[in-house]
Design a protein around this ligand. Structure first.
Ligand SMILES: Cc1ncc(COP(=O)(O)O)c(C=O)c1O
Length: 384
């Protein structure tokens, strides 16, 4: 890394960290090493340190080094999906009998992982409103292994104070895990605020083009990084070389994309708050949002995700989701194209009947980077 210093800015790291020109050919972009195994010069004589691509692969290494750099950590690890990263993490830092504090609003699949998979393995959990620091402190027990934070949350865009929760976690001998998917490292860097582990669904803003599924973990502590790397290899839920390459390519433009996502989202929020059919807009950039001050303290800007509730209830919410033309009706988020969805029936259907159930009149937007006026026009037409 002699082309830039440790003090390099975010976009320099996003474009160059882990990505020296290929020593064999000079290729400026790391090649897709679509390979499972590597020739050894005598038993154990590894030319480049690689022996088998579950354990390590050069394209994945480039992504993992880049992830560590842009999150301000020492170790990044890339997985087949966000949930694969979560599962590997939880089965590294928890053992049967342990307890985890989770948010009372979070991605439905994260809740399902706790409720349907980890609970069978003997890990118990409590959903708690993370904005209520006293409630979180009261929920921590001697066997609490981690406090799991999502901020902003999916889909209600709640905000949790990462620095304050870090103190609660560490005071109770637990780790603070932050799912940074909604913010992306361009807008928020949890490790610098006291988190121990950052989790990503790289499927979202990091990939950024709705063409790859992936996940990541980033840590500062080298011993924890070693333990996670051991489990990554032992459990095997790794990112393949092509997926790693697509994610690396996405990361190069993360900063410029996030600027545009945020600007478009702000314009849409301004329209929605004035619209008579809209009962409530959830966006951390609104001064009336309960987490606005904390978000302003820990985020560079407020992101590209917007949720809102309709005065006409569930039927009206479903109708809006099915009426847009430019906003595509679909799950996922964070791509260059705008998406609209109905969380209660789509992304969060698995949380129905649980403490994480979401309102049925809620619509979630992933605001893309298309022309702002076209997006406004499409939504206004769907609301009319
Ligand atoms: C906040 C958040 N975390 C984790 C995940 C899981 O990621 P993946 O779908 O890549 O497994 C998602 C997926 O939507 C998410 O929104």
């Amino acid at each position: 890394m002699d082309r830039f210093t440790d003090a390099a800015g975010f976009e320099t790291l996003a474009i160059h960290a882990g990505q020296e020109p290929d020593p064999a050919t000079g290729a400026v972009v790391p090649p897709i090493y679509q390979v499972s195994t590597y020739k050894q010069d005598g038993i154990g004589g590894l030319r480049g340190g690689y022996e088998y691509s579950r354990s390590a692969n050069p394209t994945r290494t480039a992504l993992e080094e880049c992830l560590a750099a842009i999150e301000g950590g020492t170790r990044g690890l890339a997985f087949a999906s966000g949930l694969a990263a979560e599962d590997t993490l939880l089965r590294t830092i928890c053992k049967p009998g342990d307890h985890v504090v989770i948010p009372d609003d979070a991605y439905g699949g994260t809740y399902r992982l706790f409720a349907k998979v980890l609970e069978q393995w003997g890990v118990v959990f409590d959903p708690v409103p993370l904005a209520d620091i006293a409630a979180v402190r009261a929920a921590v027990r001697p066997e609490t292994a981690a406090i799991w934070v999502e901020t902003p949350t999916n889909p209600l865009l709640g905000i949790a104070d990462i620095a304050a929760l870090g103190q609660v976690a560490h005071g109770g001998g637990a780790l603070l895990v932050v799912d940074n998917t909604f913010a992306s490292p361009y807008l928020q860097q949890p490790l610098g605020l006291g988190a121990d582990v950052v989790v990503h669904s790289t499927t979202k803003y990091l990939g950024g083009h709705s063409d790859v599924v992936g996940g990541a973990l980033v840590v500062s502590d080298t011993a924890l990084g070693e333990r996670l790397a051991f489990h990554q290899n032992a459990m095997g839920a790794i990112s393949g070389p092509f997926d790693a390459w697509l994610t690396l390519r996405g990361i190069k433009t993360l900063g410029v994309r996030m600027e545009r996502h945020c600007a478009n989202a702000t314009a849409i929020v301004e329209m929605l708050v004035r619209h008579p059919r809209v009962a409530e807009v959830r966006y951390p950039g609104l001064p009336g949002h309960p987490g606005h001050d904390v978000a302003a303290k820990q985020m560079r800007a407020f992101g590209g995700m917007v949720s809102f509730r309709l005065t006409g209830g569930e039927e009206a919410a479903v109708r809006v989701c099915e009426s847009t033309r430019l906003f595509t009706l679909g799950e996922s988020l964070g791509g260059v194209e705008s998406l609209i969805e109905h969380p209660a029936r789509m992304t969060h259907a698995s949380a129905a009947g649980s403490p994480l159930e979401v309102p049925t009149d809620l619509v979630r937007l992933s605001v893309g980077i298309e022309d702002r006026d076209d997006l406004l026009h499409d939504l206004e037409r769907a609301l009319s």
